[in-house]
Design a protein around this ligand. Structure first.
Ligand SMILES: NC(=O)c1ccc[n+]([C@@H]2O[C@H](COP(=O)([O-])OP(=O)(O)OC[C@H]3O[C@@H](n4cnc5c(N)ncnc54)[C@H](O)[C@@H]3O)[C@@H](O)[C@H]2O)c1
Length: 341
C-alpha cells in the first residue's frame, strides 16, 4: 500500500486514476484547483482513503509532500486550443508549476515522480512507428510545454528521485469529469445527439488511442514496478493495435450509432499526425490495454442514453476556460473591495 499524491487529480484522467488506485488499496491525496468541481468525489471520500486538497500547482508548499511515496502530476491546461488562450498562463502552469512541484517532491524525499506527458510531442510525426527515441516535432504550445517539462524533470532525476514520463495516447471513455473535446468522445456525442459526425483536419491524420481506465492502469503499473525498470524512462502509453486515422474513428462510431452522417469539414490537413509504437511499455512492464475503442464508444453511448452524462460547458475544456477568463474580467470591473454587492 502506498500513499499517492495526485496533482491535477480532479480532472478527466485523475478522477478515474484515483478510483483505480483506491480500489488497489492505495491511499490518495488529491491536489487540484478543482476547476471541474469537488462534488464528483463525494462517494470516494467516504472510503476514508481519499483526501482532497484545493490548491494551485504554482503555489504548492512542502507540507503537501509529507508522507508521500509517489507523486503523479496531471495538473495543467490540457489541450492545444486551451493552451493558446493565454501563452503566459500556460507557460506558468504547465511548465513552471510542474517544475515547482517536482522540485518540492524531491526536496521532501519522495522517491518516485510520474509525469503525465503526451504523444503529441511527436507532433508532425516523421515516421510511421514513433518510439520513445523518435524525433519530437511539436506543432503547438501545449506540446512544447510537455517537452520543456520533461527536460526539466530529467535534470532532477538521480539515485534517490525516480522520474518517469508517461507519453499518453489520446484518451477516450467515461470519467467523473467528462471531456467531450477528445476525438472518440466528441464524435460519439455528436452522433448520438445529432446523427452527425464532423471530421476536421482532413481525416487522414493518425491518432493513437487509449481508454481512460487503461491509461490509469499504466500509471499504477509504473508506480508499482521495480525502480530500475522505470527510473529516468519515458513510455509511450497505449497499444500498437489502437493507432487509427481520424476517418476510421468516425467509421467505428457510425458502427455503434447507425444512421449517422459523416461530414468532412473543409479544412487544412491537421499538422498533428502521429502513428506511435507502444512496445516498450508492454515489454518492460508486461502491460497490456484491455479496453477497445468499440467498447469505449458503447460505454459513452449508453451513458448518454441513461442521462448519466451531458454536454455541459465544463466538458469542453477550451470553452470553459474561456468562459472563466471572461467572467473574471467582468467581475474585476464590477467588484468593489472584492464584493459584487
Ligand atoms: N486526456 C488526454 O487525452 C490526454 C492525453 C495526453 C496527455 N494528457 C495529459 O494528462 C493530464 C491530465 O489530462 P486530463 O485529460 O485529465 O485533463 P483535465 O483538464 O481534465 O485535468 C487537468 C486538471 O488539472 C487541474 N489544474 C489546472 N490548472 C491547475 C493548477 N494551476 N494547479 C492545480 N491543478 C490545476 C484542473 O482543475 C484539472 O482537474 C494533462 O497534463 C494532459 O495534458 C491528457
Amino acid at each position: 500500500m502506498q500513499n499517492v499524491l495526485l496533482i491535477g487529480g480532479g480532472g478527466y484522467i485523475g478522477s478515474v486514476l484515483a478510483e483505480v488506485l483506491l480500489k488497489a488499496g492505495h491511499t490518495v491525496r488529491l491536489y487540484d484547483r478543482f476547476f471541474f468541481g469537488k462534488n464528483i468525489f463525494k462517494d470516494l471520500e467516504q472510503t476514508g482513503n481519499l483526501t482532497l486538497v484545493q490548491g494551485d500547482n504554482r503555489g504548492a508548499q512542502p507540507d503537501l509532500f509529507k508522507g508521500i511515496d509517489a507523486v503523479m502530476d496531471l495538473a495543467g491546461i490540457s489541450n492545444d486550443p486551451a493552451c493558446d488562450l493565454d501563452a503566459k498562463i500556460t507557460e506558468d502552469v504547465n511548465f513552471r508549476g510542474s517544475s515547482h512541484t517536482a522540485k518540492l517532491a524531491k526536496a521532501a524525499g519522495v522517491p518516485r515522480y510520474i509525469y503525465s506527458s503526451s504523444c503529441s510531442i511527436y507532433g508532425h510525426g516523421s515516421s510511421s512507428s514513433l518510439d520513445e527515441s523518435s524525433e519530437m516535432a511539436p506543432v503547438s504550445l501545449y506540446a512544447r510545454m510537455k517537452i520543456a517539462t520533461e527536460a526539466a524533470l530529467r535534470e532532477l532525476q538521480d539515485e534517490n528521485f525516480s522520474v518517469t514520463m508517461m507519453r499518453n495516447a489520446t484518451v477516450y471513455g467515461l470519467s467523473r469529469r467528462m471531456r467531450f473535446d477528445l476525438v472518440i468522445n466528441i464524435m460519439t456525442l455528436h452522433a448520438y445527439k445529432n446523427r452527425k459526425i464532423y471530421i476536421v483536419g482532413g481525416g487522414k491524420q493518425w491518432r493513437p488511442l487509449i481508454h481512460v481506465r487503461d491509461v490509469s492502469r499504466a500509471f499504477q503499473a509504473v508506480m508499482e514496478a521495480p525502480r530500475e525498470k522505470v527510473a529516468g524512462e519515458a513510455f509511450n502509453v497505449g497499444s500498437n493495435d489502437q493507432n487509427f486515422q481520424v476517418f476510421q474513428v468516425a467509421q467505428m462510431v457510425r458502427d455503434v450509432v447507425p444512421n449517422t452522417d459523416v461530414i468532412v469539414v473543409p479544412d487544412d490537413p491537421d499538422k498533428r499526425t502521429y502513428n506511435v509504437e507502444f512496445s516498450k511499455i508492454s515489454r518492460t512492464l508486461d502491460y497490456k490495454t484491455v479496453t477497445s475503442p468499440y467498447e469505449g464508444i458503447v460505454e459513452i453511448k449508453q451513458a448518454l442514453e441513461r442521462g448519466l452524462v451531458d454536454d455541459v460547458i465544463q466538458t469542453r475544456t477550451v470553452e470553459f476556460y474561456r468562459y472563466l477568463l471572461e467572467a473574471q474580467k467582468v467581475l474585476n470591473e464590477v467588484c468593489l473591495d472584492g464584493k459584487i454587492f
